[in-house]
Design a protein around this ligand. Structure first.
Ligand SMILES: NC(=O)c1ccc[n+]([C@@H]2O[C@H](COP(=O)([O-])OP(=O)(O)OC[C@H]3O[C@@H](n4cnc5c(N)ncnc54)[C@H](OP(=O)(O)O)[C@@H]3O)[C@@H](O)[C@H]2O)c1
Length: 242
């Protein structure tokens, strides 16, 4: 049962669109580009730290692009300082090379210490649904163990680093990502992959991640199909799917 909430935001608070200063990591990737595009539309101010700035040329003049090393904690700290939150669609390019076997874990280590030093607490990070051991249909963990054991190991390590940090994290775990358009018709469930949740578009994942970071609690709770006890997404793992 959902707990009673006496801190529910007022109507005015709910409709207010607060512009945030967001750092987007993995901004040149499939989900990252969608986060950037949608966050601009929602009036947020965006800084992206990337290794290949040219990929963000379509957004030239509308966002701040910094070139640098996403595994370097000092570089991350410099970029993140003064922002409200970090959104990450970072992940190894596929096929995953041997050199990238521990990329997510390294990234999480660099990011969490950079955020601590920069004094920025809020982070929403994209992970993978393979980590849901309780998912029956699809059998996410089994499929992951059989075909993507390296991904399971590295994303588990990444999540552990986040969980052990003092940060206000939300981990978003999608199943197979598609490049289909935004629908807004997806499901989100705390600690579970929604039933029969086989796919979701990157655009819908981006939408969810932005909503979560905006922390419009009533909004987020609606998406979480009545499973969020306190309506907060902080320190929660959430499965999202179509
Ligand atoms: N593919 C799926 O079906 C699926 C399903 C569930 C979850 N996921 C996870 O969801 C996340 C987003 O996936 P996606 O397919 O949208 O992302 P993607 O298109 O593969 O983009 C990955 C992003 O990470 C960046 N990146 C990778 N290695 C880097 C490095 N060493 N240094 C700096 N930047 C680096 C890439 O930058 P460049 O542009 O410079 O390469 C790019 O911006 C990933 O963590 C992925 O594992 C994927």
């Amino acid at each position: 049962m959902r707990a009673h909430i006496d801190t529910e935001p007022s109507k005015a608070e709910r409709s207010e669109k607060r512009s945030m200063k967001l750092v987007v990591l993995g901004a040149t990737g499939g989900t990252g580009l969608e986060i950037v595009r949608q966050a601009i539309e929602r009036g947020h101010s965006i800084t992206a730290l990337v290794r290949s700035p040219d990929r963000l040329n379509p957004f030239r003049g509308r966002i701040t692009v910094e070139q640098g090393d996403l595994l370097n904690s000092a570089e991350l700290e410099k970029v993140i300082r003064g922002h409200d939150a970090v959104l990450s669609g970072f992940g190894p390019r596929v096929p995953i090379s041997k050199a990238d076997a521990h990329l997510r874990q390294q990234f999480a280590g660099a990011l969490t210490s950079a955020m601590r030093r920069a004094g920025v607490r809020r982070v929403v990070i994209e992970s993978v649904a393979f980590l849901f051991k309780n998912s029956v249909l699809p059998p996410a963990y089994l499929l992951g163990r059989l075909f993507f054991s390296g991904t399971i190991a590295d994303t588990s390590a990444m999540e552990r680093v986040l969980e052990e940090s003092e940060l206000d994290w939300t981990i978003v775990r999608p199943p197979e990502l598609t490049d289909k358009p935004y629908t807004g018709k997806y499901r989100a469930r705390e600690d579970h992959l929604p039933r029969f949740g086989f796919k979701i578009s990157r655009a819908d994942v981006a939408d969810f991640m932005i909503r979560v970071v905006e922390d419009r609690r009533a909004d987020v709770a609606d998406f979480m199909i009545k499973v969020v006890e306190d309506r907060s997404s902080i320190r929660k793992i959430v499965g999202v799917s179509n």
